[in-house]
Design a protein around this ligand. Sequence first.
Ligand code: ATP
Ligand code: MG
Length: 451
Amino acid sequence: MRLSRYFLPVLKENPSEAQIVSHRYMLRAGMIKQSAAGIYSWLPLGFKVLKKIETIVHEEQMRAGHIPMLMPTLQSADLWKESGRYDDYGQEMLRISDRHGRDMLYGPTNEELITDIFRSHVGSYKDLPLTLYHIQWKFRDEIRPRFGVMRGREFYMKDGYNFDLTKEDALHAYNRHLVSYLRSYERMGLQAIPMRADGGPIGGDYTHEFLVLADTGESEVFYDSAVTDLTFGDRAIDYDSVEQCQGVLEEFTSKYARTDETHDEALFNEVPEERRRVARGIEVGQIFYFGTKYSEALGANVQGPDGKQSPVHMGSHGIGVSRLLGAIIEASHDDKGIIWPEGVTPFHCGIVNLKQGDAEADAACESLYEALTAAGLEPLYDDRKERAGGKFATMDLIGLPWRITVGPRGLKNGVVELTSRRSGESEELSPEAAVQKIAEIYANHQTGRGF
Ligand code: ATP
Ligand code: MG
């Protein structure tokens, strides 16, 4: 993409409504624009990152054997009346009536709808196990939308639902989700720690929230610092293996890590004092096993091998796709702007032409652009007639992890400058070597062309 032809409405001033850094940078970098409280338009740069995150989530869900689909944003209230949640959900649910006076709602989540689909089409254990998921906009009329996309009213969420014959099978689905979530967050350059969470009205021990540590997080968290040493890495995993998935769950959840809702001071005190941490975190996902709560309420039964009917065992699992943009920025920025991890960056590298209009510099930039594109990468070429300082400031703000700087002086010696946004370090290389180095860096990240 050439910046002169892109739509990147960068703001020079800090917007006064933004209280935290991710919100400020998303506005300043021209990624989002508020349309109403807690509701945003996704401008091209923000949309690009949103889609990259969404793609990672899809790839990891499908890798785990989960099946994508799409349910609507608007739902009829009937199913919610059947499950009893129409009244329970309270004011967070946006209720709408259509021209015929029928009760509708903008879905805050989809347990009812998916259970209805299931009961209409599945009646036998032979069709199980089954996990369906979708990535769709949700609406919750939050009392205090704030922090930009972190606590919106309209937000983008992956929600998945598993259907199993037995509790054991459903717990395997739970563990599979935990593994796939760990992989997803790591590909986004994030450490998200599974923490024992509150079952809420559903109760039970089977729920974990995934938290990204950040001072601006809304949750207070308590953990053994040893959990931050754990990484999933690129180990192979057989998602069908009960033992392997259970092993990962045990590895990642055996150390103390809890949100304030489930915090137990006595247990926490058993952690060696030098490893006890009290901090704040951003919730980027949650997994849940809730048994037969919805299948009983909605009559979603399956016939077992013995011919008997029983309510199907279910769980639900969510990832806050739009919130993740904020979480990633909170975890990865400096005082000049965002620093995107390679896995989600909107463009793979920036090209800064220090002397636009200089025939040699222009030609060198064009051939870099072509070579990067031919290598399957997507560069953002700042081809505007602007001062170098302004170009650098824009690149730093929008946070591309790599920048190639091209100027007449370097070209005389046959070199361009390659700079890491994260370390700030630069090296001089031939244009060919710079392209090769960037291609090698991204060979480890499955990030294709964006939108
Ligand atoms: P919270 O406690 O933050 O209100 P929740 O526990 O109600 O979230 P879930 O129902 O578990 O949320 O939804 C799954 C994920 O969706 C959450 O982990 C979070 O990342 C994201 N999410 C929830 N509410 C919002 C919101 N208002 N804005 C953006 N993302 C959200
Ligand atoms: Mg939650």
